[in-house]
Write a protein that binds this ligand. Structure first.
Ligand code: SF4
Ligand code: SF4
Length: 362
């Protein structure tokens, strides 16, 4: 088993993982408690937790599971200029599929050796990462360590291989001390004083959601299309990493391009899917986010494409477009909104149109 572990460690390093830990499986009893607290604190997001179907029981995933293998895949944060006409996306989303693919390669070694291995099983990975010694919890709810800060994606294998384990970390659950920068930097006040993130207030939770995003959240989204890292950029653990920002490999969210080519986004979805995974390449949701980013830019050039989107078949796109036109304002905004109101049947969109019209009076 020592030689198999060594092979995994060496391969992990070649694949770009900077840290890998082996831990004996255990029940994650604290997780069930945590979920109860989160549901009570934030009932609007109870369904989200149900849909994720995370379990505290490794045995429900693999009855004869013996070892958790946790690995961290670091990435450099992206450089971003608000005025570029591009929608912001966080480097995490481009790194995650690469880390997952690399973890599949590690799992293949176990499978070739005759063991079972499940990559990214539905277990609370952050808790396992903390227990295994990958890092500590920050008050922003993320795992960080002295090498990567929190700029890493975390990946997990559950296997029945009885591999030698590393010394677990059960002492320091957090090393934030009296720091509270992330709490104060969060644009929506989503991080509570005890370091719990209130999901319904977190911008990331609402991104690419299928419904109409609450107005107060839209207002704070700026040009973010995928991800928010305000609570990481301010963190002292990430200071050095944010001094080395890099250009994104490709720019996937050109706001004007998305708004103009709204009826033929297939090629763009393929590009997005290749970079960040198909799960995020959903045309209607991206269009919906682009309308919000356009509104937040205040750029009058977006009113013309938005005035066509205000008749889109999907109500959330109509609602966000109405809001965006009302926010940008300008000479044609009133006529566009009034004309749309005469044809709109959906009460939620009508309310957005009325709100947008009222906003023009301010
Ligand atoms: S991701 Fe953004 S919105 Fe969510 S907690 Fe962090 S700073 Fe707040
Ligand atoms: S900003 Fe401060 S409190 Fe927040 S995670 Fe970083 S060290 Fe912890």
């Amino acid at each position: 088993m020592h030689s198999l572990k060594n092979e995994l460690v060496n391969k992990a390093s070649q694949l770009g993982f900077d840290r890998i830990k082996f831990m004996q499986v255990r029940q994650l009893e604290l997780w069930d408690e945590e979920i109860k607290v989160r549901r009570q604190l934030d009932p609007d997001t109870a369904r989200y937790w149900e849909e994720r179907r995370l379990t505290a029981s490794y045995a429900s995933v693999m009855e004869d599971g013996r070892t958790f293998i946790v690995a961290s895949y670091q990435y450099a944060p992206y450089r971003f200029e608000e005025s570029s006409g591009k929608g912001y996306f966080n480097a995490h989303y481009a790194a995650y599929p690469k880390g997952r693919q690399a973890m599949q390669e590690l799992a293949a070694i176990l499978i070739e050796s005759g063991f079972a291995a499940v990559v990214d099983p539905p277990l609370p990975i952050k808790q396992i990462a903390y227990l295994s010694g990958i890092g500590c919890f920050g008050k922003n709810g993320l795992i960080h360590n002295e090498t990567n800060g929190s700029l890493m994606t975390l990946h997990l294998i559950l296997t029945n291989a009885p591999l030698p384990v590393d010394v677990p970390n059960e002492s320091c659950i957090t090393d934030c001390g009296s720091c509270a920068r992330c709490i104060h930097s969060c644009p929506t006040g989503a991080i509570s004083n005890n370091g719990r993130v209130i999901l319904s207030k977190c911008l990331r939770y609402h991104m690419l959601s299928p419904g109409i995003i609450p107005r107060d959240i839209r207002e704070k989204m700026g040009s973010r299309m995928l991800g928010c890292e305000d609570c990481q950029a301010c963190c002292p653990k990430n200071r050095a990493r944010f001094q080395e920002t890099v250009e994104p490999e490709v720019q996937i969210f050109d706001i004007m391009e998305i708004l103009i080519s709204h009826s033929s986004l297939k090629a763009l979805m393929e590009r997005i899917g290749k970079l960040v995974g198909k799960n995020y390449a959903r045309a209607q949701r991206i269009l919906s986010m682009a309308a919000i980013a356009a509104g937040n830019s205040g750029n009058p050039a977006y009113v013309e494409p938005l005035s066509r989107l205000i008749y889109h078949p999907h109500p959330q796109i109509r609602a966000h477009s109405a809001w965006a036109i009302g926010k940008i304002g300008g000479a044609s905004a009133r006529a566009v909104l009034e004309a749309a109101l005469t044809k709109e049947d959906d009460p939620r969109v009508r309310e957005e149109l009325q709100y947008a019209l009222a906003r023009l009076e301010l």
